[in-house]
Design a protein around this ligand. Structure first.
Ligand SMILES: Cc1cc2nc3c(=O)[nH]c(=O)nc-3n(C[C@H](O)[C@H](O)[C@H](O)COP(=O)(O)OP(=O)(O)OC[C@H]3O[C@@H](n4cnc5c(N)ncnc54)[C@H](O)[C@@H]3O)c2cc1C
Ligand code: SF4
Length: 478
């Protein structure tokens, strides 16, 4: 029989350490974390083989000079790494957090391609800029000269804000109009805080305001002020309003209580995170706690909904998608994260209707199979007859994507040309629209896309606006 040892902890010749306050414990934790993060970033950065064919760079929409900032990080030259990184990206710490890197830079890393696991480019990018903020390397916006020209930007999302930053650094007078009460667009009210901490976005908003960008919030253009009035006030205008018209399910029972839109659900959750008073959350209407939740859709918005529902304490969370895992539009990394957190994916399933009366009780699910490919080469889902079943649900979240609002009608400007999808027609390079002095950037041109593309568009549009202002020499009367 093994001898049992009595272990007794005693302090010999030593005084018991003083009970330490929370602030000093937090400081210690911070230092330990920093040391770990420093080591981890350098370790990852040094895995870059400096391959000479930087597919990572060519697959980053901003063409970030990734190999160079990885090299600097590996050598501990972090301030230089930051300078290189911020030269091409207005919000590197945001992209580092929420770009779908598996589809962009990291998915094309040569080391990943050779089966050894990608360099974690996004995490290093985030680390570099977070360090820059901590160390005070992020410079305030202080233009060398103040210029008389003014630009009005409609929409304070990443597209509008990237343009505001570039224009303000050149001394242009910039006013950003937004219908929300906070700037940031979907960075603030769409993307959940567990993916993108809101203080990271607020820090950038504050930097722009401190640099002289004038924000006019709670201002819905087309309602509180006309588009024409904005054109009259400014020498040039950038439209960066994003896409917000949710695609609806057309099925019997869809109007029942408990069937909600993804962005309404996520906005309420984000508002709650800000500490706002949110009656729809308190009443349970847009709160998943204790409920059987079914999310319909297979894109990134659906992934954000399922993961938010889990965090709110849902009883169960299921995600219905009409194609299979390999053919879903959302990031595979996000699916893996969601599965780890307890979300169940029900592939090849689509809603046929809803049970219950005024309140939803379940989703009638029809099973699908993938048929022949359509003109785009994508297999079309087909219904398997007789395989329907009812999935019980207390909260159903529709996450089927977004379309643009009809801006020419809403704003009374039929001359503003749009595509057949309703997105604004803008020059591919200059982002100029059909109206002189009016530019457009981000989702309102591309359709629902990514933050990194909105940043690129905003930066390019700002360059084009600067050329336009130089050519016309126009100054609007304020
Ligand atoms: C739930 C969700 C999660 C996402 N997650 C990711 C992600 O993880 N990674 C990623 O890269 N992308 C993600 N995206 C996509 C990304 O958020 C968008 O592509 C990006 O925000 C587009 O930027 P934008 O500046 O064009 O528009 P937006 O960010 O939509 O900003 C547009 C702004 O214009 C304002 N506006 C609109 N109309 C008016 C008007 N008439 N008057 C005044 N203001 C107006 C809006 O209030 C808003 O603030 C996500 C999208 C959603 C919906
Ligand atoms: S901006 Fe996005 S795609 Fe480009 S390097 Fe950073 S994380 Fe990768």
């Amino acid at each position: 029989m093994a001898t049992q040892k009595m272990l007794k902890f005693v302090t010999v010749g030593k005084e018991m350490p003083e009970k330490r306050d929370a602030a000093s414990r937090a400081q210690d934790f911070h230092e330990i974390y920093r040391e770990y993060a420093d080591r981890k970033a350098a370790e990852q950065a040094s895995r870059c083989s400096q391959c000479g064919v930087p597919y990572c760079q060519s697959h980053c929409p901003l063409h970030n000079n990734i190999p160079d900032w990885l090299k600097m990080t590996a050598e501990g030259r972090l301030q230089e790494a930051y300078e290189i990184s911020q030269a091409t990206n207005t919000f590197p710490e945001i992209c580092g957090r929420i770009c779908p890197q598996d589809r962009l830079c990291e998915g094309n890393c040569v080391i990943e391609q050779s089966g050894h696991g990608t360099v974690t480019i996004g995490a290093v990018e985030k680390y570099i800029t977070d360090t820059a903020w901590e160390e005070g390397w992020v410079k305030p916006i202080r233009p060398h000269v103040e210029r008389p020209e003014s630009v009005g930007i409609i929409g304070a999302g990443p597209g509008g804000l990237a343009a505001a930053d570039m224009l303000r650094r050149q001394g242009v007078q910039v006013t950003v109009y937004d219908r929300y009460d906070r700037a940031g667009g979907l960075l603030t009210y769409g993307i959940p805080g567990f993916k993108l901490e809101k203080d990271v976005v607020e820090r950038r908003n504050a930097q722009l305001a401190d640099g002289g960008v004038n924000f006019v919030l709670n201002c819905n253009v087309g309602e509180d002020i006309s588009f024409d009035a904005i054109r009259g006030r400014h020498d040039a205008v950038l439209i960066a309003t994003g896409v917000y018209k949710a695609r609806d399910i057309e099925a019997p029972g869809v109007g029942a209580k408990g069937i909600v839109k993804a962005l309404d659900y996520l906005t309420v959750s984000n508002r709650k995170g800000f500490g706002d008073d949110v009656p729809e959350f308190e009443s349970g209407e847009l709160n998943a706690a204790g409920k059987r939740v079914v999310v319909i859709g297979g894109g990134d918005t659906a992934m954000d909904c399922v993961r938010t529902a889990i965090r709110q304490g849902a009883l169960s969370v299921k995600c219905l998608y009409r194609r299979d895992r390999a053919n879903m539009p959302g990031s595979q990394r996000e699916v893996a994260n969601a599965e780890e957190e307890g979300v169940e994916f029900v592939w090849l399933s689509a809603p046929k209707g809803f049970t219950g009366g005024t309140e939803v009780e379940g989703v009638i699910v029809q099973k699908m199979r993938l048929g022949p490919a359509d003109a785009t080469g994508r297999q079309t889902p087909e219904v398997i007859e007789g395989a329907d079943y009812v999935e019980p649900a207390d909260l159903v979240i529709q996450a089927l994507g977004f379309e643009p609002e009809d801006l020419p009608t809403l704003w009374g400007v039929p001359e503003l040309k749009v595509t057949r999808w309703g997105t604004i027609k803008a020059d591919f390079r200059t982002h100029a629209t059909s109206l002189p002095g009016v530019y457009a950037a981000g989702d309102i041109v591309r359709g629902a896309s990514l933050v990194v593309w909105a940043i690129r568009d905003g930066r390019e549009a700002a360059e084009a606006i600067l050329s336009y202002l130089a050519q016309t020499g126009a100054v609007a009367a304020e």
